[in-house]
Design a binder for this molecule. Structure first.
Ligand SMILES: Cc1ncc(COP(=O)(O)O)c(C=O)c1O
Length: 373
């Protein structure tokens, strides 16, 4: 049987990894400045994480949401404390798209409305409701185009205020657009969404799948602006590679048995991975590290004149050049052995582990300086 060929892949086969280092099958070492699309938060194969997951697997790997799973409560408790959102409730799912799917559904259940305001260059996942609010028609099948979605220019305060009305069910927005090219939402824009949602009863959904979990130098990006969304979706960094996603739900929502559900969401292994990630983020002060090393990278990168625009927060950085970054990325990967990401054609996307060291940041900077001045 062959694989359904949907991914363009690099001719590299990683077989081992530790922290921000990856080794391929020939023993070649690589620096990981991408974390497999922002997934590796605490570093590859962190010993504490490996120990916790191994121990859990040896005792119980899975049982469904029909029995007591205290690991879910432990995860919720630790997440509430670390994120500062103790009064929110947690619903666990398995991926970013699924988290957004549940967020949109919950908003619609709550308001009884259908209209959703989304933004240009947004990416929210590939499942039905999530892809409908994603601004990329090439990944929508005919059944995914939805009349109820209105796209408004990202960061356009006036257009956003106008679009949110009494028919609006929800507004969904990334704090920092990832796939859209590391575009940081402005404070005025975020505050306008909050105010308009309060006026109209629409639900403010903050997609933190890529920008959340400490990546921006705060646990969630909206915490840079002191506003609070109604629903926050999360995934990627939450499990450091183990599939887990979820939504944080503000106290305004009422739970009801059967309202949301999933077979795999919140399983024992996923919760163990999620707890291990939170324990390490707290113990090793990784949110603070993301801020410190992110600021260092940002200030060093700002000295390069060839960069057209530098965007981001913490360890979520976009380096836009005036031309395609494909050749530079290939050189970084195959000559310097450094993984980076891309957004659009001209932007290098950096999403390394939150535990990236200054030495590792310097290694990347030294390599990049060979190609841009
Ligand atoms: C902001 C954002 N939301 C949602 C998703 C979808 O997540 P997943 O691929 O886990 O379904 C992504 C994935 O890149 C994302 O960046």
């Amino acid at each position: 049987m062959k694989l359904f060929d949907v991914y363009p892949i690099n001719n590299i086969e990683p077989v081992k990894a530790l922290g921000s280092t990856i080794w391929d099958e020939k023993g070649q070492e690589y620096l990981d400045m991408y974390g497999g699309h922002a997934v590796i938060s605490i570093g590859h194969s962190h010993p504490y994480y490996v120990k916790k997951l191994t121990k859990q697997l040896k005792s119980l790997g899975f049982y469904s949401n029909s029995v007591k799973i205290p690991l879910q409560d432990e995860l919720a408790d630790k997440l509430g404390k670390l994120s500062g959102l103790k009064d929110y409730c947690l619903f666990l799912a398995n991926s970013g798209a699924e988290a957004n799917e549940n967020a949109l559904k919950l908003a619609s259940f709550h308001t009884g409305r259908t209209k959703v305001v989304a933004f240009t260059k947004s990416f929210h996942g590939r499942t039905s409701a999530a892809v409908a609010v994603t601004d990329n028609s090439s990944i929508k099948a005919p059944i995914n185009f939805a009349d109820h979605v209105v796209f408004v220019p990202f960061n356009d305060v006036e257009a956003t205020k106008k679009a949110i009305d009494k028919d609006t069910c929800a507004v969904i927005v990334e704090g920092i657009q990832g796939v859209g090219g590391i575009q940081v939402a402005t404070e005025d824009f975020m505050k306008a969404i909050r105010t308009s949602c309060d006026k109209t009863g629409a639900i403010f959904i903050h997609d933190s799948v890529q920008c959340g979990y400490g990546r921006s130098g705060k646990f969630f990006t909206f915490q840079h602006y002191k506003i609070k969304p109604d629903i926050i979706s999360m995934a990627k960094g939450m499990g450091n590679g183990f599939p887990i996603g979820g939504i944080l739900i503000s106290p305004k929502f009422q739970a009801k048995h059967g309202l949301l559900g999933t077979t795999f969401g919140g399983n024992h292994l996923a919760c163990s991975a999620g707890i291990a990630v939170l324990d390490v983020i707290k113990k090793e002060k990784l949110v603070e590290n993301a801020s410190e090393i992110g600021n260092y990278l940002f200030s060093e990168l700002s000295k390069l004149k060839d960069i057209k625009e530098l965007r981001g927060q913490g360890l979520m950085i976009g380096i836009e050049l005036t031309e395609s970054v494909s050749e530079i990325r290939n050189k970084l990967l195959f000559d310097d052995h450094i993984f980076t990401g891309v957004a659009g054609a001209n932007t290098i996307r950096l999403l390394p582990s939150l535990a990236l060291t200054k030495g590792e940041a310097d290694k990347f900077l030294n390599a990049l300086r060979k190609y841009i001045k």
